[in-house]
Design a protein around this ligand. Structure first.
Ligand code: 2P0
Length: 315
């Protein structure tokens, strides 16, 4: 057995969402995305050099097709033909709208680069990870990150320590895999939603005020912008043919409870991705009341509280 490299990375949660591709072949995003890396939830990936490529996710073999462009780019960068034996686990549900592809492709990219002894700058690693999943370009960094529209690589805007009180309350309303992958749904939106052009236009307009709110650590404004971004993304999705609705009844219960909390003066701003889970942006001082109120909706729902997370760690 060859030596193994193990890397751990955390998912990237977009506050301003990436949804739609400028280039499908190069996997370039059509919208800018501003994100926070989540702490305490992570993908851990081990890679060895082997005689053929193989990937096991949480103990199950995974189809290789989606990984081949990344593997090919890594082999080109190393100037050698090497194959990867990959074992990867998530300490949170996969394919349920918790951005497992962001942390998954980021961990895979960095672990493969290390085993090939490639000494690449973070920006280069981010561009490679983007070939697997555009959100993975952001997971290469901790703290707050930006992937510009059409951008090849993400960059870190602020270190994890920048906003120590910032928290994300993750509400797992369903542990089932989502009915349609984000990649397929994104393409469906681009090709069939009459709202897609408006979505692209507006996504660019949301970025500057979001950046200013982050610069001022103004959670009221940032939370409001995050709500607009996910709502407009889902409006475009719902208008595609066939329509795509990721929400479940409990998703809506959580959204409404966040509205009630805000009406009572408690800062709780929800955001959703390509799945039914709800992530609530808030400050540490409000975490207990928010968690209790949301748990009361359904004692079965799992709730995870995440601080702003770190960048990749390898051993
Ligand atoms: C994001 N999402 O910005 C957005 C918001 C989901 C909703 O990036 O096709 O797996 O692999 O580039 O990154 C999820 O899509 O898509 C995603 P691909 P990805 O986090």
């Amino acid at each position: 057995m060859s030596e193994e490299v193990r890397c751990r990375t955390s998912p990237s949660l977009a506050l301003v969402k990436y949804w739609g591709k400028k280039s499908t072949r190069k996997n370039l995003p059509a919208t800018p995305s501003l994100a926070v890396t989540l702490g305490g939830v992570y993908t851990e990936t081990g890679v060895r050099i082997a005689e053929r490529d193989s990937i096991r996710l949480n103990g199950e073999n995974v189809d290789l097709d989606r990984f081949l462009p990344l593997f090919a780019a890594l082999r080109r960068a190393a100037g050698r033909t090497a194959f990867f034996q990959v074992e990867t686990t998530n300490n949170f549900p996969s394919s349920a709208g918790l951005a497992s592809s962001s942390s998954g492709f980021a961990a895979l990219t960095i672990a493969c680069a290390r085993i090939l002894e490639l000494d690449l700058a973070p920006e280069r690693l981010s561009a490679l990870a983007r070939l697997g999943s555009a959100s993975a370009a952001r997971s290469l960094f901790g703290g707050f990150t930006l992937l510009p529209a059409g951008g090849r690589a993400a960059r870190q805007l602020y270190e994890p320590e920048y906003w120590p009180e910032f928290r994300i309350v993750i509400v797992l309303v369903s542990l089932q895999a989502k009915p349609i992958s984000s990649r397929a749904a994104m393409e469906g939106t681009r090709k069939t939603s009459p709202y897609y052009r408006a979505w692209l236009h507006n996504a660019g307009e949301l970025l500057q005020p979001a950046l200013r709110a982050l610069q001022g650590r103004d959670i009221d404004v940032l939370g409001d912008i995050a709500r607009l971004s996910y709502s407009r993304m889902h409006a475009a999705l719902l208008a595609s043919s066939p329509p795509v609705l990721y929400w479940l009844p409990s998703t809506i219960s959580v959204i409404r409870e966040c509205q009630h909390l805000r009406d009572e003066g408690i800062g709780a701003w929800e955001t959703l991705d390509a799945g039914p889970q709800v992530k609530v942006l808030c400050l540490q001082a409000d975490v207990d009341v928010i968690s209790q109120r949301l748990q009361r909706l359904d004692p079965e729902m799992k709730i995870i509280v995440a601080p702003v997370g770190p960048g990749p760690v390898c051993e």
